[in-house]
Every structure is written in structure tokens, then in C-alpha cells.
Design a protein around this ligand. Sequence first.
Ligand SMILES: [Zn+2]
Ligand SMILES: [Zn+2]
Length: 181
Amino acid sequence: MNILIFWDRGAPVGLEMPVSRIISQILDIPVEVCKSPVLYNGFDRSRNQFDATEILTCLDVFSRRNEENRLILLVTGDDIFRPHTRYVFGLSRPKTKTAVISSARLNNEYWGLPYDEMMLIDRLSREGAHELGHLLSLDHCSNPSCIMANPSTLDDLDIKKSMLCPSCLAKMNKKKVSVFV
Ligand SMILES: [Zn+2]
Ligand SMILES: [Zn+2]
């Protein structure tokens, strides 16, 4: 197993299996998913959001304490931000092999639209695969349909295909050989 997904209590119930299966397909890496054992802090009372950089630090502490060498992705339902931004869909820290994504703004209901489960599954798996792509040394890609395109809006995210473009795929496969073999 090379990727570990922690599904937080507040993350959408029942979507962990489809989301991890699609992430595993996009990156072609085995994925294990479980309930998150990590308690994180970083709540900012004035913004009613969590600081994603603090969440990544908590994941890193967990990972080192447990001598975990898989890539870790936490899926949370809490709204998250990075300092100097209003919000982020996700954030990764390649140095510590940890990433976090939030379902809060990926959910149609947040924007006053009807709940759409398939859409939420697609968005969570694309955003999750994107952040994990960074952990596999991929940078942002100029191809708007590639998983590694940098989405600033939900529309950008919805334009993507659930796959890496050939150039990112080649880069990742090269990296995989050096990391995992
Ligand atoms: Zn990115
Ligand atoms: Zn690409």
C-alpha cells in the first residue's frame, strides 16, 4: 500500500470507497482508506475555518510518530484556508508527504445548488489526486483538462478529466520508479 487516505468524521459519509477507488485509478497506485485517527488543531475563530498548514503539521507529527512511510491524504469536511488566501480546496506539503483536502466548498449545497453526489465524488477524487500528485513531485500543468491543472474555481475543477495528461503521467511514472522500487 502506497497511499493512505484518512477520512475525517466531518467528511461526506459513504463516499470514501468510490473516492479512493478513483484516486487509485488516476494515479495507478494502491490506496488504503480508513477513519482518520488524527486530531488536528488550527481552528481560526475569527474566520470559522481551519488553517490547512497547521493540519499538515499535525499529519506530519502523526506520520513520524507512527513511522508511516506512505503518502497521507486527509479528507475533512471543515472549511480550510492557507494564510493570505480566503480558502483552499486542498493543500499539500511534498517535503513531509502529507496533504489535506476539504469537502466544504466542493459540495454544491455550499453554493446554494442541489446536492449532487456524483459531482461531489468527482471533485473530491480530482482534488485528492491533484494534491497527491504534488507529493509525487508533479507541478501545475497548463493543460486545463489535466488533474495537475491549478483550479481556482469549481468550474475549473469540473473541466478537468479524471486523469493525468500524457506529459504529467510520464513524469510521475519516472518518479514512481525512483520512489517505490
Ligand atoms: Zn496544486
Ligand atoms: Zn498535465
